[in-house]
Design a protein around this ligand. Sequence first.
Ligand code: ZN
Length: 141
Amino acid sequence: MEQRAVARQAEGGNAHIAPAPPLSLKQQKDALREGRIVGYHCEGCGHERITPMLRCPKCKGARIRSREFSATGTVVSYTIQSVASEQFLNEAPFAFALIQLDDGPRVSGWVPWIAKEKDLPLGQKVKYVSSYKPGMQFEKS
Ligand SMILES: [Zn+2]
């Protein structure tokens, strides 16, 4: 019982013992608020992604480090959302886009005020902008 209590304390209320990720979600969120995109990098094979990984899904390696990616990228694909939830009413219509970061993985994000395909050609350069809205917001650069 005593050991469990110690583990719970170390994990911040979670009794499940797992290795600490190299980057906490809070640290990632704080960086995003400052306009920086940080994510996870596998030292074994170089696989990178924005969502947490304790083990690499590609090579099963456990040497995962945090890394700052570039905040600029290229639009790979997107869909236009003309019906928006309340949080995005002022930005609609917007594009929900897959973006290849210039130095980093592909991430999904959104670009406000995109109504037609010509508003956002594929290959368009975009940059990440810090936003209080959910998700990652990008704008044309
Ligand atoms: Zn790997």
